[in-house]
Design a protein around this ligand. Structure first.
Ligand code: 1PZ
Length: 215
């Protein structure tokens, strides 16, 4: 899974993966969640090497989750809900300060979960932007409203610098490889509600278990 060298094809395919995340009883399948992230990383890599430090961190987190999913207790790592219950019941999560479980599935997924909120905000801005919209501004506004609140100054600074070199809206749409702008907008309109559902369901579940601030 980690040596997945297939190339990025289209952001539509990637976002479609998130549609598969929700089970009938509204649980979030880790397999599809991780697959969605893997696709997003491929897309990010197409945007240039300045985003390398971001994709590296995402890849690390994906690897941690995959290790749990493929490990001897993999059957507990089918959905976000089953993972949370299993790790809490077995005291496999550091709840208040970093300790002996720096790579728990719960704290690792929480980082990606917060980034999913950034994605939702960013794609919504992209969807409603006009031709001369600036991707760098959309990106940093979304970041400031979400992930930035969890990042130290140095990371915020580095992220801010990377955003400045994002390609403009037309070139960004090209890399997405979805078709003409109208098609991109329509695709985003379809995909966003599902991403939002996945985010909200995870958020509520983490909140119920007081796990939104895992160290
Ligand atoms: C289209 C442009 C892409 C912009 C991406 C916006 C997100 C900026 C995130 C900057 C992350 C910097 C590197 C790593 C930071 C880590 O310290 C944190 C916390 O993890 P910990 O240190 O607690 O283990 N990691 C994260 O917050 C996870 C970040 C994942 C970002 C994935 C972005 C994928 C973008 C997809 C593009 C469509």
């Amino acid at each position: 899974m980690d040596n997945d060298k297939t190339l990025f094809s289209s952001l539509k395919e990637v976002l479609d993966t998130f549609k598969l995340c929700l089970s009938e009883n509204k649980e979030v399948y880790l397999e599809h969640y991780v697959a969605g992230w893997r696709g997003l990383v491929k897309f990010l890599n197409c945007l240039g090497s300045v985003f390398g430090f971001i994709s590296k961190d995402a890849v690390n987190k994906i690897k941690i989750l995959v290790t749990h999913m493929e490990g001897e207790n993999g059957s507990q790592y089918v959905t976000v809900q089953s993972m949370v219950k299993y790790e809490l019941d077995n005291e496999l999560v550091d709840l208040t300060k970093r300790g002996i479980h720096p790579e728990s599935g719960c704290r690792t997924l929480l980082r990606l979960h917060r980034a999913l909120r950034w994605l939702e905000l960013f794609l919504e801005r992209l969807r409603t932007s006009n031709e001369d919209g600036k991707t760098s501004v959309m990106c940093s506004e979304s970041y400031n409203e979400s992930l930035a609140q969890h990042h130290p100054w140095m990371v915020r600074k580095a992220a801010g610098m990377a955003f400045c070199v994002l390609p403009g809206r037309p070139a960004f749409f090209e890399v997405m490889n979805v078709g003409p702008p109208e098609q991109v907008v329509a695709m985003l309109g379809e995909a966003l509600p599902l991403i939002s559902d996945v985010y909200q369901i995870t958020e509520e579940f983490y909140a119920q278990h007081n796990m939104l601030d895992l160290p």
